[in-house]
Design a protein around this ligand. Structure first.
Ligand code: SAM
Length: 340
């Protein structure tokens, strides 16, 4: 059944902000979207929300919340950290005849695996469930949150216990570009690989900073994530993360430099040659020029090497450097002082 529900006439978001004295808190990086055309456009990018179960993160004064309710969603869970927004959200709950479930809490710790009824669960290989995540969060929250959700996607935990839950989120424009950057682009980075090996990632559109109140320093990108049935790298998230982090840590150098740091100094030359040959990677490619297939080869080869040497995965070259420095300092202190 198509839901033809629309919210009854309500005070505008601007009036809500005035009514409840909701001045944006600079400390919490709050920037509100008051333009209904834009809030509708974000929600349209999430896909068809008829009878959907939606979690909106950081609803604030409720602009996107209204657009979600008008799109035919059956249930809307909102997770908001700032108590000042709760009365306005309660008003929306009444106007929508109880469709809004309000959680006062922090999305970084909220248990999404328990948020929706179990009957919504779909097998991973099935079509995505009718469960969506939508949000315009502060930039300092959206980046750690997407890393956490990517790990949960890989492990099929958190919001992904329901299946391939889709997400539509805003990021600082530059982060949106990194998330979606193709091979050889200037923005190609750790975030590009971590997102693209697990999902289809689309930079839907950009919103100029001036559309927000107050205006942030930068423009904003709306990004849609749709988890893949088969991840492009079939290895544990932590292993992929380690390989990718190493590759990009010397992003201006040839890729072998970062890759070599996966190995202890005494075996470095031999094992670097071994992994590059096994993954069919040219040592003089720049990290940004590596394709997903290259990363897949590197992760598979590294996994095999870790199986042969169980200590390898815990090796961290920065720790080795630190230990050497400590030892050097101790040795210098032990050297007898010669007074003339
Ligand atoms: N969605 C609203 C909009 O587009 O106008 C508000 C956007 S404002 C950039 C971010 C919102 O996220 C604020 O309401 C803020 O209080 C909330 N928020 C910030 N950190 C949060 C967290 N860790 N968990 C839940 N909400 C959070």
């Amino acid at each position: 059944m198509m839901s033809l529900y629309r919210l009854p006439p309500l005070p505008t978001i601007r009036e809500i902000i005035k009514l409840y004295n909701l001045r944006a808190e600079k400390q919490l990086s709050q920037n509100f979207l008051l333009d209904l055309k834009l809030t509708d456009k974000i929600v349209r990018k999430a896909g068809n929300l008829q009878n959907a179960h939606v979690c909106e993160v950081g609803p604030g004064p409720g602009g996107i919340t209204r657009a979600i309710l008008n799109s035919g969603a059956e249930e809307l869970l909102v997770v908001e950290k700032d108590t000042r927004f709760l009365p306005g959200l309660k008003l929306l709950n009444e106007a929508s005849m109880g469709k809004v479930r309000i959680v006062h809490g922090d999305i970084l710790t909220y248990r999404m695996d328990k948020a929706f009824p179990r009957h919504l669960q779909k097998a991973w290989s099935d079509d995505p469930p009718n469960v969506h995540i939508i949000g315009n969060l502060p930039f300092n929250v959206s980046t750690p949150l997407i890393i956490k959700w990517l790990e949960e996607m890989a492990n099929r935990t958190g919001p992904f216990v329901y299946g391939r839950t889709r997400m539509t989120l805003t990021f600082q424009h530059e982060v949106a570009e990194r998330l979606t950057a193709p091979t050889s682009s200037k923005q190609r980075s750790r975030l590009s690989i971590m997102a693209q090996y697990l999902c289809q990632v689309k930079h839907c559109f950009s919103i100029p900073g001036r559309a927000f109140v107050p205006k942030p320093e930068v423009d904003v990108g709306v990004v849609h994530f749709s988890p893949l049935i088969e991840p492009k790298i079939d290895q544990p998230f932590k292993l992929v993360e380690k390989v990718v982090r190493n590759v990009f840590q010397f992003r201006r150098k040839y890729c072998y430099k970062g890759i070599s740091m996966l190995f202890p100094e005494e075996q470095r030359t031999k094992l670097t040659e071994q992994i590059l040959t096994s993954a069919d990677v040219e040592p003089t490619l720049r990290p940004s020029a590596l394709t997903m297939k290259h990363f897949q080869g590197l992760c598979n080869a590294y996994r095999e090497m870790c199986e042969q040497d169980p200590h390898l995965f815990s090796y961290n070259f920065r720790e080795e450097l630190h230990q050497k420095k400590v030892k050097r300092n101790q040795d210098t202190q032990k050297t007898p002082q010669i007074t003339l």
